[in-house]
Design a protein around this ligand. Structure first.
Ligand code: UDP
Length: 336
């Protein structure tokens, strides 16, 4: 399945982030040489603790880590002319509170950095492969449900979420230009809500918020009346299919949704997390105003991922939730 990676040099941007660090962990045994880059704006170095010593020197022969900002030209952090075979561009703040705290960094990393990285690959190794972390936020507040890749979305170009949504959309544009006009093998994965180990417990997203609040005994902060929906994919499923998307021949220029189509309301999500952590205890919600431009619903149409990649999510929400709770439990114990 992943033979393509044998002997390849893979640059992972956002390597200390939630998805980036899980990609690195999955890549290390697959025979590639991995260069992880992160400026640690929202990435957490502890996500790579298994592979790095305190000086951030790798303990693993086929992994190296560079602390750098990919919104700067590639030559500022890679040795001159360094040959890269695969770029996995996963650097970006990703939770709404975090990308709203860092709007400029967010729009630059998804636009300018995408350009710099694609341009570098095209110049130094035109046969290279470029995989971009797209997002379900490209669909905005969708008027088509579930969302297929052919849907162009309903995004506010000048709202609180647009620094992320619109720059991810521009990142897709850049991938499209490099594919169509310059012949580079670019591929886009549109990632729907994902959860699991290495998430930042303080990033403000719904799963870490609810798990940390339930570990405290509640209440859980539900925005609006809790009727909005999301569909949650466990990180191992996501990473498996990002790498299939990376390795399979003949997918240049393709855009594929990856997410788990099982849909929950936010209130159901809160109740399930409460019940998993405090079974039998009274459920308490703290209802708060909805943030602006919060998409009312979200669910991936995964027909294309099934056809092209054989995508079949393996981890059900209850199982993934247990693993996520076990990841957060010691973190909660340390801060409480
Ligand atoms: N949400 C909530 N309480 C929280 C955090 C989030 O009700 O403590 C809601 C949020 O308003 C949204 C959904 O949960 O409708 C998912 O939010 P998240 O920040 O995880 O990411 P999004 O899918 O909106 O990008």
């Amino acid at each position: 399945m992943f033979e393509f990676l044998q002997g390849k040099t893979v640059l992972v941007t956002g390597a200390a982030g939630f998805i980036g660090s899980n990609l690195v962990a999955k890549l290390i045994p697959l025979g590639a040489h991995i260069i992880g880059v992160d400026n640690l704006l929202t990435g957490r170095i502890e996500n790579l603790a298994g592979f790095l010593d305190d000086a951030r020197i790798s303990r693993v022969s086929n992994f190296e880590f560079i602390t750098a900002d990919v919104t700067q030209p590639v030559a500022s952090y890679l040795p001159e002319g360094k040959k890269i075979d695969v770029v996995l561009h996963f650097a970006s703040p990703a939770s709404p509170p975090r990308y709203q705290k860092y709007p400029v960094e967010t729009y630059l990393v998804n636009s300018l950095a995408t350009h710099y990285l694609a341009e570098y690959l095209h110049k130094t190794n035109p046969e290279g492969r470029f995989v971009f972390a797209g997002t379900s936020e490209a669909y905005g507040d969708p008027q088509v449900h579930p969302q297929p890749e052919t849907y162009w979305g309903n995004v506010n170009p000048n709202g609180k979420r647009s620094c992320y949504d619109e720059s991810k959309r521009l990142g897709e544009t850049i991938c499209g230009v490099f594919y169509r006009d310059f012949g580079l093998d670019t591929r886009i994965v549109r990632i729907f809500n994902t959860y699991g180990p290495n998430m930042d417990p303080t990033d403000g997203r719904v799963i870490p918020n609810f798990v940390m609040q339930a570990l405290k005994g509640g209440p859980l902060t539900v925005y609006g009346d809790g009727s909005y929906t999301r569909s949650y994919c466990y990180i191992d499923d996501l990473v498996e299919y990002i790498l299939r998307m990376t390795c399979k021949e003949g997918l240049a220029g393709e855009t594929v949704n990856i997410g788990n189509p099982q849909e929950f309301t936010i209130l159901q999500t809160a109740q399930l997390i409460h019940e998993a952590i405090n079974p039998g205890a009274e459920f308490k919600a703290d209802f708060k105003p909805l943030p602006s431009d919060d998409p009312t619903k979200r669910k991936p149409d995964i027909t294309k991922a099934k056809q092209l990649l054989g995508f079949e999510p393996q981890v059900q929400f209850a199982e993934g939730l247990q693993k996520t709770i076990e990841y957060f439990r010691p973190i909660y114990a340390a801060v409480s």
